[in-house]
Design a protein around this ligand. Structure first.
Ligand code: ASP
Ligand code: MG
Length: 408
């Protein structure tokens, strides 16, 4: 039986007609090797951003249903164009929207959850020998309302289809060669990783490396779908993300360093030190749908304490307003915001079994005269908030100290 492969192509890979033609060639080359191919595509270039911008020129509180109706259109354009490009090469292909192919979701617009994927239609077309092209990022509710799966959702579409069809491989074709030990724009000798575990990829995704949508990695982990991240513009194999990274040798402690400049720090000063205060503040922030990340509260020796946390920069104004309002009710004196920060993190499953990783990280920062503002840890990562202007040098220093660079 022919092996089945799901190939996803991101927005930059289909940014214009000539790139769509190259993708068509790659898809056809895969088909020629004897694979059954399902292709999932994103919208052309930054179409989705443009659609969101258009909506914002009309209203800042669009109906959620209409918002998804709008932003899902980008992918309908790319699937049709790719089908045409494949036809032009003399191969059979058929494009589908998420609704047509039966990607059923709940009605939580703009972050819809998958309920079911109907494989009948795809299987029937594959059986006829056709290349099946599915619009990424979108689904449909049982009431026939169009939904979307969150930004970067084409990744999730691809992984979910790979699972539903029990595909032999799921490829994410993107504009980078794979997952690197650090952002190569910051760390010139960053190295491409051959393998990485789901957990490490998840940490990297949530810590600011934007290669894969986090939801798609969570899904892949849950159903054990291996993901190959590779470049649309080369034939190199990229990075394989699986349960246990095969590359994990003894001694490999850290897999990557990330640098996230998209968060800001807020401090609520002189918070009364009694039960229920933190609960009150974070409840209001949660109700305003603000994602709070690192949280630090110090001991209080005066009956008052300072409470610091980070929020996405894009939510900062709203968060400050919300906290000030909440603060008035509980007599909190002042709310300070600091946008001048960056969060640098080291990630690696190896740190579970290696003591002293945190000490080494702090030592590297100290040697480089970087002051640490906040610290947080997970089982496989350590993050520090530092001054933004020191972030890139600190990232390079950590990358070096943990021996991640290309061997010279
Ligand atoms: N076009 C959507 C976005 O830009 C989905 C995707 O690219 O995966 O978020
Ligand atoms: Mg996109």
């Amino acid at each position: 039986m022919n092996k089945l492969i799901v190939q996803k192509y991101g927005g930059t890979s289909v940014a214009d007609s000539s790139r769509i033609k190259s993708v068509a060639k790659r898809v056809v080359a895969t088909k020629k090797k004897g694979y059954k191919v399902v292709v999932v595509v994103s919208a052309l270039g930054d179409t989705t951003d443009q659609l969101i911008e258009l909506a914002s020129q009309i209203t800042d509180s669009p109906s959620e249903r209409e918002y998804d109706m709008l932003v899902s259109t980008g992918e309908q354009v790319s699937v049709a164009l790719l089908a045409m490009a494949i036809h032009k090469l003399g191969f059979e292909a058929i494009s589908f929207t998420g609704a047509q192919v039966g990607i059923i979701t709940d009605a939580s617009y703009s972050k819809a959850r998958l309920i079911d994927i109907n494989t009948k239609k795809m299987e029937a077309e594959l059986k006829k020998g056709k290349i099946v092209i599915v619009a990424g990022f979108q689904g449909v509710t049982l009431d026939q309302d169009i939904t979307t799966l969150g930004r970067g959702g084409s990744n999730l579409t691809a992984v979910a289809i790979a699972k539903a069809l029990s595909a032999d491989a799921c490829e994410m074709n993107t504009d980078v060669e794979g997952v690197f030990t650090a952002d190569p724009r910051i760390v010139p000798n960053a190295r491409k990783l051959n393998t990485l575990s789901y957990d490490e990829m998840l940490e990297m995704a949530s810590l600011g490396s934007q290669i894969l949508q986090a939801r798609s990695v969570i899904f892949a982990k849950k159903f054990n779908v291996p993901i190959q991240v590779r470049s649309s513009f080369s034939n190199k194999p990229g990075t394989l993300i699986t349960k246990e990274a095969k590359e994990m040798m003894e001694g490999v402690v850290i897999s990557g360093v990330t640098c996230n400049k998209k968060e800001a720090k807020m401090t609520i000063c002189d918070v009364p030190d009694r039960p229920g205060i933190a609960a009150g503040i974070f409840k209001v922030l949660a109700e305003a749908e603000i994602n709070v990340d690192m949280i630090i509260q110090n001991v209080s020796r005066t009956g008052f304490t300072d409470l610091s946390f980070t929020v996405p920069k894009t939510d900062l104004n709203k968060a400050v307003r919300t906290a000030r309002k909440a603060g008035k009710d509980i007599k909190v004196e002042s709310v300070i915001a600091d946008e001048d920060i960056a969060k640098i993190s080291i990630v690696g499953v190896g740190m579970k079994s290696h003591p002293g990783v945190a000490a080494k990280m702090f030592n590297v920062l100290a040697k480089n005269k970087v002051n640490i503002d906040m610290i947080s840890t997970s089982e496989i990562s350590i993050s520090c908030v530092i001054k933004k202007k020191k972030a890139e040098a600190a990232t390079r220093a950590l990358h070096d100290a943990f021996g991640l660079g290309k061997k010279k």
